[in-house]
Write a protein that binds this ligand. Sequence first.
Ligand code: ADE
Length: 249
Amino acid sequence: MKKFTLLLALLTSTLAMADRIAIIGAMDSEIKILLSEMKEVKKEERATVVFYEGKLLNKDVVVFKSGIGKVNAAMSTTIAMEEYDVNKIIFTGVAGAINKNLNITDVVISDYLVQHDYDTTIFGSKKGAVPGSVDTKFFADKQLINIAKNSAQKVLGKNKVYIGTIATGDQFIADKKAVEALETDFGAWAVEMEGAAVAHVANLYKTPIVVIRSMSDKADGSAHMNYNDFVNIAADNSAKIVMNMLLEM
Ligand code: ADE
């Protein structure tokens, strides 16, 4: 009997420790490789978002397309937290490059994220400060950052991988002046439209998160043209890094 109780306790604690990882992309192109590799898939729709629950490289995952922008990202992440009991979050996708060192298809892994379009500066707040939050910064998890970095270096090589600040807002940035402002105001390395919203929700739930973004464009005057040419290559880069991460988790 004692042996049985011990075995049961061991089994329960092992089960309790098993991760269930939310993997989120904003668009179909950002999750297509992941969906094609998933096994034992159970598909469910909530508020128009389709959640794919199952195994990816033997890990328990919930993969979904959040849709574009902060509201879609925050809403779908909240559903994942409440309905799918996830305990880690990885966001994968493309971004516009802000830092001059970056080339198209390079990868930025979030150290922290900011909501660059949050503006209550008229009341004396910092640009990007969310009223009620301590800071403008939504931090990524150190352990997930390390795993993402090692995986990205394996997939793309050392000189294409950076860790930096990611700025999020409900705008597609295609203007040199806006790029300069994001660098000056926030020290941003990359700009996109979902990451900080997901990180905001993750931080409120005290759930580890990392955002991985491969550059589809340089957020300047030709961003929309470069975006169309490189979005699929960049999206695949990021998804391959996520696959590699799962082997290390
Ligand atoms: N995602 C990819 N490129 C982007 C850009 N230039 N601005 C905002 N989000 C993006």
